[in-house]
Design a protein around this ligand. Structure first.
Ligand code: CDP
Ligand code: CDP
Length: 209
């Protein structure tokens, strides 16, 4: 079973992907980490401007060396969205994602283009959304808990900017697949969102569903 989960920043897709993966005993890949890791490599080498360097970083990315904790900052999310708009970077990360999705038991992947580009034939596609204000509130809380000195307005501006860049780019833009099911988590707690997501997965994978 392949479950594709897409949506904008802080919509709750990662939390749902992890929970669904645990529930079904499937491996999970947070594909945003790939773009964050590419951006981190570029920044360590001097900056984001060199397209060739970002493509080389994507080609040589080793999943086993990615340190998720170190890549969580808002600045890295923003930098990831810059390199993620480059077709050469996306192309270089295709094979790794396809291999992950092709594992025997199946897989859960979350990102922006899983249902549209990476796994167009996924058994279940979820498109997770929430209002920009709710998403900013969630991110603001997360950043505060980690001791980051940011304002709510900064976080909201960052979310809006990233939404715009991710949706307007020509390479694999953030868009809901025709056969995806939308799940708005604006008014749902984590348990409620998980229950709703599970109901969708079960309905989609039921015989004749
Ligand atoms: O957790 P959050 O949604 O804030 O970010 P993320 O999923 O780690 O993604 C960071 C950035 O990587 C996004 O803003 C996208 O530009 C890019 N990305 C993408 O283009 N395609 C994916 N499948 C996953 C992430
Ligand atoms: O992966 P994505 O960026 O879409 O979001 P996430 O990392 O799953 O969730 C962002 C934050 O919102 C986390 O701190 C979650 O615990 C929280 N969250 C929430 O408060 N309510 C939900 N229904 C889903 C997530």
């Amino acid at each position: 079973m392949i479950v594709a989960i897409d949506g904008p920043a802080a919509s709750g897709k990662g939390t749902l992907a992890r929970r669904i993966a645990t529930h079904y005993g499937l491996p999970h890949l947070d594909t945003g980490l790939l773009y964050r890791a590419v951006a981190a490599r570029c920044l360590a080498l001097g900056g984001l401007d060199d397209v060739g360097a970002s493509e080389a970083a994507a080609r040589t990315l080793d999943l086993s060396t990615i340190d998720a904790e170190a890549l969580r900052s808002a600045a890295m999310g923003e930098a990831a969205s810059v390199v993620a708009a480059r077709p050469g970077v996306r192309a270089a990360l295709l094979d790794l994602q396809h291999r992950f999705a092709a594992q025997e038991r199946g897989a859960v992947l979350d990102g922006r283009d899983i249902g549209t580009v990476i796994c167009p034939r996924a058994d279940v596609k979820l498109f997770v959304t929430a209002s920009p204000e709710v998403r900013a509130q969630r991110r603001f809380r997360e950043l505060g808990a980690r001791g980051a000195a940011v304002t709510f307005d900064d976080v909201l501006a960052d979310i809006r900017k990233r939404d715009e860049r991710d949706s307007q780019r020509s390479a694999a833009p953030l868009v809901m697949a025709d056969d995806a099911v939308a799940l708005d988590t604006s008014n749902l707690g984590i348990e409620e969102a998980f229950a709703a997501a599970l109901a969708i997965v079960m309905a989609r994978t039921a015989p004749g569903g």
